[in-house]
Write a protein that binds this ligand. Structure first.
Ligand code: DAK
Length: 262
């Protein structure tokens, strides 16, 4: 099946998924969210052919995604809104559950569902013209794809309250200062920098990266002793991997490691 609202490019296992509805500033319609979910499952579902990292970005120069598609939402009943919200939640959860790193390359507006999608990625980088916000209150609703919880976890509950209650937009530098964004680049340098980060991580032990992702995610919702117990288990389990033997042998032999993900 081809896609109508996104396009997907795989370059040496670095899978770039681009939301491609620039006329509506890459607004997230039901079809777009369904295609994004399918692309994520296809690129990373089969371990034998799985990609090494995922980059998510938006087509055009103005937007990553300006939110859920407002035109579509105007016609939704409460049960339809629930199904729509569940679809968005499943996509964000799937991104977080991927065993590879995910990178949001935020190249313009990341509002509402767009901001929520970016926050479901492991690493968020932005272009100088990026703007973030949860403006749902302007429409008489609240974030529906996990924004209330993910924004609070990223910037703290008080700041999340301010952003969600006011619906204010913040620029890329402010988002960086709040910890929502890691680094800000001129527009033309955003994707190359995201690819460089993805490539660097792809050169590391994939099992180790995937375990680190899992433990950080699970551990941040647990009390410290339970989080540390998870870390101990994952650390020990990795000692049974071929990659651990290879990584340590490569160090001793002063050569680059050849990881296989086994
Ligand atoms: N949906 C549909 N079309 C959109 C859109 C959106 N979110 N944002 C922009 N567009 C369309 C505009 O209608 C316009 O289309 P034409 O008039 O050209 O046909 C085109 O994109 C260009 O937009 P503008 O002309 O407005 O461009 P400007 O540069 O002047 O302004 C802007 C850019 C991003 C500031 C402005 O477009 C804007 O404020 N857009 C809306 C942003 C927004 O409110 N985003 C949050 C959407 S709400 C839930 C599930 C999900 C959600 C909530 C609840 N449940 C089930 C409970 C999620 C909610 C959201 O994400």
């Amino acid at each position: 099946m081809g896609y109508e609202n996104i396009h997907v490019e795989d370059s040496e296992g670095i899978v770039t998924v681009t939301i491609d509805r620039p006329k509506s500033l890459n607004a997230l319609s039901t079809a777009t969210i369904a295609e994004l979910s399918l692309a994520v499952a296809r690129a990373f579902g089969d371990p034998a052919a799985a990609g090494k990292a995922l980059i998510l970005t938006g087509a055009g120069e103005k937007a990553f995604a300006a939110g859920a598609d407002i035109f579509e939402m105007t016609r939704m009943s409460p049960p339809q809104a629930l199904a729509f919200s569940e679809l968005g939640h499943r996509l964000c959860d799937a991104l977080e559950a991927l065993p590879v790193p995910t990178i949001a390359a935020v190249n313009g507006f990341a509002l509402g569902g767009g901001c929520e999608l970016a926050m479901a990625c492991d690493l968020v980088y932005a272009s100088e013209n990026a703007q973030f916000g949860q403006p749902e209150v302007n429409l008489g609703v609240i974030p529906g794809f996990g924004g209330t919880s993910r924004l609070a976890r990223r910037v703290g509950p008080q700041r999340a309250r301010e952003l969600i209650f006011t619906g204010d937009r913040i620029d890329a530098k402010t988002a960086q200062r709040l910890g929502l964004v890691l680094a800000v680049f001129p527009p033309g340098e955003l994707l190359p920098n995201c690819r460089a980060v993805a490539k660097k991580i792809a050169g590391k032990g994939p099992l180790a990266v995937s375990q680190a992702k899992k433990v950080i995610a699970a551990g941040s919702d647990l009390p410290l002793p339970a989080a540390n117990a998870l870390e101990r288990q994952a650390f020990a389990a990795l000692f049974g991997s071929v990659d651990r033997t290879e990584g340590m042998a490569a160090f001793l032999e002063k050569r680059p490691a050849r990881f296989t993900g086994c």
